[in-house]
Structure formats: C-alpha cells, structure tokens
Design a protein around this ligand. Structure first.
Ligand code: ADQ
Length: 470
C-alpha cells in the first residue's frame, strides 16, 4: 500500500485531547506508513529548511518552524482575516491587506521546499484546509507528480464572496493542480461548480482571467463525521459521570440546553442567546425550569473581530441575566474554557437540547458528538442550523434558520415539549446517519478515491527530480 503524507497547518499534539480527525488519521497512518507534516508552533528569525521528525504518541510527525512576519501574514492575515470570513460569507468582517497574500504564498512555498526531500515516488499526499490551497502548485513547480488530494474543512464560498477575495483567480488555479478535492457538503460542490461554469470578471486593468482547466481534478463531497460509538462509550465513562454528578445538584429539576463551540463569529452565538431570551420571554412556564449552558473557549483572539464577538457575547449574556435572573435562579451559564472530550460527552448526555446554530459551518462536529453521546432510552433533541453542512446528513434534527431567532425560539419550545417516543425515533435516525458518516468512513472513502488502483512504478524521472533537489 502506498505511504500517506498528511499535511495541515498544525500537526496533532500529544495527549488525549486530540480531535476526531487526528485519531482517525493516526489509525490510517499506522496501517499505511507515512507521516504528518506541518508547522511546529515555533516562530524563529530564519527557519531551517529541513523538517524535524518527532514521535507523538506513536505517530510520526515532521515539523518546520516559521518566520514571525510570514506567519502573521499567512495565518492571522490571509487565512483568517480574508479566507475564513469570505468562505463563511462574512465579507463585512474581512480585512484586506494586499501584502498578506505574499506571506501566504511564501509559507506555502516553504512547506513545499521542506516537504519535497521527504516525498517518495508513489506516496499519496493529503493536504488539509484553506491555509494550504497553493501547496499542490508549489509542489508541482518543484517537479512532484505524486497524487495530491485536498480537503476543505470549511464551506466553499458563493460566487460573489469568492470574487471579493484578492487573487481568487490564482487560488482557483492552485486548486486545479490537485488530483482530488474533497468538500463537506453538496452545497459546496454546487458553489464550486458555479465558479467553473462562469467566467470571472476582468480585473481593474481590464485583463480577462485565464481559463482554468479542471480536467484532471475530481471534485466530490466527503462529509466528515466523528466517532459516535466512541462518544457513546465516553458518555458513560467515569470522567463523564463525574461531570454529570457535578452538574446534577446545581441543575436540580431544570432541563439543560447546551451549546458547545469555539468562540467564533461563524457559530451564531449572539443569535442563539437572543433566541433563548425569546423563549423565556414568550413562555413563562420555562423560567426556573430550564438552564442554558454555553461553553465557548476563545480562539484566534489576536484578531480584532474575535475580540469583538467575545465582547458582544459577554454583553448579551449579561442582558439575559439582568432581565430574567432571580436571587435563586440563573437562566444561563457562559463558560469560556475548553474541556476534555469525556467531560464534554457527559455534558452532551445530560443536555435535553443540543443547540447547534452556526450561521454557516463546513460540517459541525459538535452536532455529531451530541448525537453519539445520547442515552438511547431517553435521548435529547438536536436543534440544528440549516446552514451547517451537518444539516444535509441530520434531516431529523429540528432544522432552523439561525438568523431567525423567533424560529429558533420556537424550535427550543418544540424540543423541550417533545414526547419521548418522538425523541427516540428522531434520535435513532440521527444516530444511524452519524454511524454512516463516521470519521473513519470519511477518511477511508477519501483515500480510496485518491489512491490509484495500480500504484505507479518509480520511474527514472521520479528519482531524477528527487536527486536534483536533494
Ligand atoms: P471548527 O470550526 O472548530 O472546525 P466543529 O466542527 O464544531 O468546528 O469542531 C469543533 C471541535 O472542537 C469539536 O470536536 C468539539 O468537541 C471541540 N470543542 C468545541 N468546543 C470545545 C470546548 N469548549 N472544549 C473542548 N473541545 C471543544 C472546522 C470547521 C467545521 C468542521 C470541522 C471538521 O469549521 O465546520 O466540521 O473543521 O472538518
């Protein structure tokens, strides 16, 4: 079997905190041989060209350091202040600084130069996410002819949002250098096809865009998932039970509504709190009988828009507390910290409503984890945004438009009033879908498609180009 090289911005760290993606790919790497390549997390003046190999809990990891200015332009700049907001249709939150693109390309070129000597003929290369769109182009420019696949974890933008991204034409050209592009949902494939079928507008100087040939690139949806069986076990583990026991005396008879997210403006947190406020305002019988817990550890907090969403959420939670709290009842708890997977599984199991309402999301794994953690005899209800990729899979969730807080408030009411037999039948379909779309099936189906049916023989030319750059 061909070796696998996984490339992502960061490599997985040590310890049990690793996410489902790391666990699934670790398993695949153990079966296939290969390694994971990415940034070490270190910033230095002049990075060494050679990658350092390390063993991370049995996983072979190759890492490079980055220059501080390049990293700023590549990560906080082009990736997270231009690509992330645009791909999530938040052009109002994008900041465009022309020079960031140069840093983005420099880092991608550095990834390619350091990876090149480690590639053997026949290796399969799997590149992850929007930070590394140009990597195949950079590798091809150095002579690499291996099969290279790309997986986009976030949604693909609509045409207008794509046209708003500086150098989008070049980025699309870069995508055409991959053999396989995987996206989360059919919605993303449709948006991608729209670009392919339309002619981009000319630039300021009147230059018509070049034709991009996607003839050698296969594009398909590979919806990512979690490991629902693992969450089912975790939810009854001693660590999860400890969390449940910690919460039960505080909750008493109140029903728990739970949100778990990275603190990010794409997750729709202010709208979610507003919907909860409307639930309490519309129906007095829920006051003192429900409690909302929102867990949202800060992320990317060097970026202004992330500081702002944090402040907005603080203010909204304060407003709901001020409006409804009583000396002996508080309507919500807002926790800005991360928890281990077992503690999260305990919270998921305790919550009778999983409130997952991003404004736009590639997939949303919290929805999968919530489903996996439920008690089959007394499951909770998933209230899910139509604009999460997960909505294409979980059609028996209560699907809502997260911008319409009246609708989300009504879905909360329906979830809280839902009889047990309906909860069970909805959950059974959700669990079936979560099993079908497990992270293991996801990585297997992507790699089956990327791996050629007959592995290419190493040709003299393959060795020649490797020798010439060594
Ligand atoms: P994210 O935007 O990070 O991922 P999501 O899919 O929800 O969003 O994954 C979040 C992960 O972080 C989950 O595994 C969750 O358990 C964990 N997490 C969230 N809050 C936590 C907390 N307080 N403590 C500990 N862990 C927490 C991106 C895309 C998504 C896509 C994934 C995977 O934005 O759309 O589903 O990649 O492809």
């Amino acid at each position: 079997m061909s070796r696998l090289i996984v490339v992502s911005n960061r490599t997985p760290g040590k310890g049990p905190a690793a996410g489902g993606l790391a666990v699934a790919l670790r398993k695949t790497l153990a079966e296939r041989e290969g390694f994971w390549f990415g940034w070490s997390g270190k910033l230095v003046e002049t990075p060494a060209k050679e990658a350092r190999f390390d063993d991370v809990d049995g996983l072979s990891v190759a890492q490079i350091d980055l220059n501080r200015d390049d990293h700023q332009a590549y990560y906080a700049g082009f990736s997270n202040s231009i690509l992330w907001p645009s791909f999530h249709l938040r052009l109002d939150l994008a900041t465009i600084e022309g020079h960031w693109y140069e840093g983005y390309r420099r880092v991608n070129a550095q990834f390619a130069r350091s990876l090149l000597p480690l590639i053997k003929p026949g290796d399969i290369i799997w590149v992850h996410d929007y930070h590394l769109i140009p990597l195949a182009s950079e590798l091809r420019a150095l002579g690499v002819r291996n099969r290279i696949g790309f997986y986009l974890h976030i949604p693909f933008p609509t045409l207008d949002a794509l046209y708003a991204i500086p150098n989008h034409q070049q980025l699309m050209q870069d995508l055409s250098r991959y053999d396989l592009i995987g996206m989360q949902a059919q919605r993303d494939i449709s948006a991608f096809n729209e670009f392919v079928e339309h002619h981009s507008p000319p630039d300021l100087a009147g230059n018509e865009p070049q034709f991009i040939d996607f003839g050698r690139t296969e594009v398909a949806a590979f919806p990512i998932g979690s490991d629902p069986e693992a969450f089912a076990k975790l939810a009854v583990s001693s660590a999860a039970t400890k969390m449940i026991k910690r919460m039960e005396p505080v909750l008493g008879k109140q029903t728990l509504i739970l949100g778990v997210d990275r603190l990010d403006y794409s997750k729709g947190l202010p709208q979610r709190v507003e919907a909860y406020e409307k639930l309490l305002a519309n129906d007095a019988r829920f006051r003192r009988n429900v409690h909302m817990l929102q867990v949202a550890p800060p992320s990317r907090d060097s970026i202004k828009e992330y500081q702002e969403i944090s402040e907005t959420l603080d203010a909204m939670c304060g407003r709901v507390m001020g409006r409804f709290a009583e000396p002996d009842w508080s309507p919500l708890t807002y926790v800005k910290r991360a928890y281990g997977q077992a503690s999260l599984a305990g919270l998921y199991r305790l919550a009778k409503v999983g409130l997952v309402t991003p404004l736009r999301d590639g997939m949303n794994l919290v929805a999968h984890e919530y489903v996996g953690s439920q008690d089959p005899k007394d499951p909770g209800v998933l209230v899910l945004s139509r604009f999460a990729g997960a909505a294409e899979i979980f059609d028996t969730a209560l699907l809502v438009n997260p911008f319409d807080t009246d609708e989300t408030a009504e879905a909360l009411r329906m979830a809280l009033d839902m009889p047990l037999d309906e909860r069970i039948s909805r959950w059974q379909s959700l669990m079936e879908a979560a099993r079908k779309h497990s992270v293991e099936n996801w990585s297997k189906s992507f790699l089956d498609r990327l791996t050629p049916s007959t592995p290419p023989k190493a040709s003299t030319r393959d060795f020649l180009y490797l020798a010439s750059v060594a």
